[in-house]
Design a protein around this ligand. Structure first.
Ligand code: HEM
Length: 247
């Protein structure tokens, strides 16, 4: 099987205006991103790591004992990634793109800078993460794909290939959104363990954390590819080796 990127259709903005369901989906996406920034990212800036560790905030107890450069990378990661998570929905707002293209361009540059800082810092902390080897590979792969898709989105718009830019931005934000889906998967994975024998929180959490570094982003990419096809944007397809890609 060979993976091929289809030749893009004519460079246009997506053809259909956003209506009812699309607006609701956009709103849910925007509120989800703001909620995660408020509840997962902001608390890290309310006290020092040792203090937060005492209050059992996020993974503070794990990072309080890490070398200084890992702690610096953790903060850089949280700031860069949170900026990207918050700005992402603005970039998909058609009204803003069409009426204020300069704003779209500038928020886009800040978004991509957030991904660059958050992604590189994420790669620094991945080997020191709380999820061990599975975290290193799961979050590591996420970090690499996050940076690569951001770079492709940037390169395509520099070539004025709007359709390819939209595809890459959809993929990229689907990966950014792993921060939200991770925090939805975790409670779900805890709850589904309750019926199976004596429930012990630490063991259940360790079980959940063993799959979540991959589960938080792989389904997002599938949804992204579905959205890309639905909008008629250039998508990845698996085609048998030797066959020409469909156009
Ligand atoms: C999409 C690419 C991302 C990658 C590769 C990534 C990577 C990581 C890694 C490796 C950790 C350490 C996890 C551990 O110790 O087990 C982490 C923690 C964290 N990340 Fe990300 N991350 C990404 C996106 C985001 C986004 C968009 C946010 C936005 C809020 C975010 C916020 C955080 C926070 C707050 C932590 C600290 C742990 C916690 O309290 O949950 N990350 N990230």
């Amino acid at each position: 099987m060979t993976e091929r990127l289809l030749a893009p259709p004519p460079a246009t903005v997506s053809p259909r205006p956003r209506r009812g369901a699309g607006r609701v989906a956009w709103l849910v996406m925007a509120l989800g991103s703001l909620a995660i920034v408020a509840f997962a990212a902001v608390p890290y800036f309310t006290a020092s790591l040792p203090q937060l560790a005492g209050e059992e905030v996020g993974l503070a107890s794990h990072y309080a004992g890490q070398p200084a450069f890992v702690q610096v990378a953790l903060y850089a990661h949280i700031v860069g990634a949170a900026v990207a998570l918050m700005l992402g929905p603005l970039q998909f707002w058609r009204g803003l793109r069409e009426r204020r293209p300069r704003v779209h361009r500038w928020t886009g540059r800040v978004y991509l800078s957030g991904v660059a800082i958050g992604g590189l810092a994420g790669l620094v902390i991945a080997p020191f993460g709380a999820a061990g080897l599975v975290g290193l590979f799961g979050f590591g792969a996420l970090g690499v794909l996050w940076l690569v898709t951001a770079w492709r989105a940037y390169r395509s718009i520099r070539r004025r290939d709007v359709a390819a830019h939209q595809s890459w931005m959809i993929r990229n934000y689907a990966l950014t959104y792993a921060a939200v889906t991770l925090r939805l998967w975790l409670p779900f994975l805890l709850v589904v363990q309750i019926p199976f024998g004596a429930f012990e929180f630490d063991a259940a959490f360790a079980n959940a954390y063993a799959v979540v570094p991959f589960l938080c982003w792989l389904p997002n990419l599938v949804v992204a590819e579905w959205l890309i096809r639905r909008r008629g944007l250039p998508s990845y397809r698996l085609t048998p080796a030797g066959l020409s890609p469909r156009t």
